[in-house]
Design a binder for this molecule. Structure first.
Ligand code: SAM
Length: 296
């Protein structure tokens, strides 16, 4: 018997559990064994688009009833679903692809379930966010996830200006229709930076580029048609240069080495002038710092 389908609730009926279930972002093999079991066992599945989820369920031979839970009617639908949870029915929340509530509907229902003391259990799996960060080779302990950037240029540039000095890596979702304009705005506001762009992850036409932002924008600019789903990762802003009057020689050398804009020779020339130290001393220390970095 399915969880929560044991008949009419009594005063003693404990509330159901709300499972937040990740589904594939393209490749159906990415569904987890646990997700399949939960989707089969719950009494109800709340889906962003029932037609879309029905296809996945029929592929898995699952016949659990579905109810729609979509963005424009989140509040109203959450009320109905909470009623079922209160009555003891276990519910699985899914979105069209990936993890619910990550740039997808779900947060309203999950938030209200918490308020009511209903147990919320994540059933993790695919997400374009974690897939792209893990494959970027740029993973940083700190990242700033921006969801979708605003559709209007003015708002988009305003947001980009707000985050321009943030040192965390930036990650955002983008549609094929806006990707070119969006990359052009990123170049104009954030400047050229190391970047990673992924398209159609886990699907037949999966593609990724790990290049400077300018090169990615140029490559997409040359295409006649742009199709598919995109995720973009950009390196964060470089940390501000230490102030010469406060920082030691080695600290400054390490900063210049990490920043990678100047050659060893140019750094030595600049620091000899800025710090008023003998050139041989600066050169000796610079060699040590460059060698140290190469050994890392
Ligand atoms: N909740 C989903 C998740 O966890 O991945 C994201 C939903 S959001 C509405 C959809 C956006 O995610 C797409 O426009 C695209 O930017 C990104 N996305 C989803 N699937 C993708 C894929 N297979 N490859 C690249 N990006 C994808």
């Amino acid at each position: 018997m399915k969880a929560g389908q044991a008949g009419r609730p009594t005063a003693a009926t404990p509330p159901g559990i709300l499972y937040v279930v990740a589904t594939p972002i393209g490749n159906l093999e990415d569904i987890t064994l646990r997700a399949i079991r939960i989707l089969r066992e719950v009494g109800l599945i709340a889906a962003e688009d029932t037609r879309h989820t029905r296809k996945l369920l029929s592929h898995l031979d699952i016949h659990t009833p579905l109810v729609s839970y979509y963005k424009d009617r989140e509040a109203e639908r959450a009320g109905l679903i909470l009623q079922r949870l209160r009555g003891g029915v276990d519910v699985a929340l899914v979105s069209d692809a990936g993890t619910p509530a990550i740039s997808d509907p779900g947060a309203v229902l999950v938030g209200r379930a918490h308020q009511e003391g209903i147990r919320v259990v994540p059933v993790p799996g695919a997400s374009a966010l974690t897939a792209v960060v893990s494959a970027s080779g740029m993973a940083d302990p700190h990242l700033l996830f921006l969801g979708f950037l605003p559709a209007q240029k003015k708002e988009r540039c305003r947001l980009l200006k707000e985050v321009a000095q943030r040192q965390e890596m930036l990650v955002f979702y983008e549609t094929p229709r806006r990707i070119r304009a969006c990359l052009a705005d990123c170049m104009a506001v954030l400047g050229d930076r190391p970047a990673f762009l992924a398209r159609e992850l886990t699907k037949l036409h999966e593609e990724s580029m790990r290049l400077p932002l300018s090169a990615i924008a140029e490559a997409l600019g040359k295409r006649e048609a742009i199709k598919g789903e995109f995720v973009v990762v950009l390196a964060g802003a470089a940390p501000p240069a230490p102030r010469p009057e406060e920082a030691g020689l080695v600290e400054l050398l390490r900063w210049y080495r990490q920043e990678g804009q100047l050659s060893l020779k140019d750094v030595v020339r600049q620091l000899t002038r800025d710090l008023g130290l003998p050139r041989t001393e600066v050169y000796r220390e610079a060699l040590r710092v460059w060698q140290e970095a190469m050994a890392e």
